[in-house]
Design a protein around this ligand. Sequence first.
Ligand code: IPM
Ligand code: MG
Length: 366
Amino acid sequence: MEMKIGVIKGDGIGPEIVDEALKVLDRIAAVYGHSFSYTQLLMGGASIDVNGVPLTEETLEEAKRSDAVLMGSIGGDAKTSPWYQLEPSKRPEAGLLQLRKGLNLFANLRPAVLYEELKGACPLKEEIADKGFDMMIMRELTGGLYFGKRSTEKVDGVLVAKDELTYSEEEIRRIAKRGFDIAMKRRRKVTSVDKANVLDSSRLWRKVVEEVAADYPEVTLEHMLVDNCAMQLVKDPAQFDVILTENMFGDILSDEASMVTGSIGMLSSASLNDTKFGLYEPSGGSAPDIAGKGIANPIATILSAAMMLRYSFDLDTEADAIERAVSLALKDGYRTADIMSEGKTQVGTKEMGSRICEYINSESEE
Ligand code: IPM
Ligand code: MG
């Protein structure tokens, strides 16, 4: 299979972790006989430095011409980086939002899995960690507070800021369908998270999700208020299969879910539209404090590349091979600094990438 992949290395640790994911993709290409070509795209701070803006029209068009985009991370230290002297609409994060909107990436999949090998890193009580968990957060990504009108103005001499939260039935229906489709391939349970005791947008969310659920009789649907969900994630994460929620709630809950897995450096994500195209990126940030030191964990990016193979290219066997290689590397005791524990072998970013590549080789030769 020949595929054209747009690559946004981005800022901070982005370039280091993306290089390892490309190494793994090259290994997959060699072992399974595919051809992946990479086009480097600038977005975020790296684009501001060259183009003065975080995303250019040409980059967006180039991304659209790709079969999928693999991304590292964007942004810098808000206190020290000159990017944050710019007005909000010109900062690195604005480029990411423009890219999501421009590519219509309304469905954001964020899996949070507690690896058997990393149970020790889970901050929850032992009896909770022992039960393990494996959930998929489905976050709506192009609506809600992130894309509503906003303003700051003086009213009677007092500064007043406004952010509008809008959802249409259609926006809710398409993400809900995706959530149920994914649940059908998993444990067939959807927890729809909202704040229906307060917000109109949440009441509409609930109504539409129930309508969609009628087409999926095999899937169990439950509704949960977002504050309760935040609590349940630390109390009993094993109860969740698919968590379906709107943009802002999903942003917050996915960080929480990632933390209970032990390290944000392990979590991949996919952002999809209604074609096969997708943007794949680790859930973690650009970690400017450790950038360039060669110690960042590349696993989330490598697993994001696996998601790309699975969701955009339908290469399930190859995606499985990457996921298995990651598990084997962990089982054999290799750890980057963020997931290091006693008796394990600490490795840097590059060595972790190389180890994972080796396991792909050996598995296929068996
Ligand atoms: C995320 C990030 C972004 C978001 C930021 C960088 C704008 O936190 O992908 O979760 O809020 O969506
Ligand atoms: Mg976030």
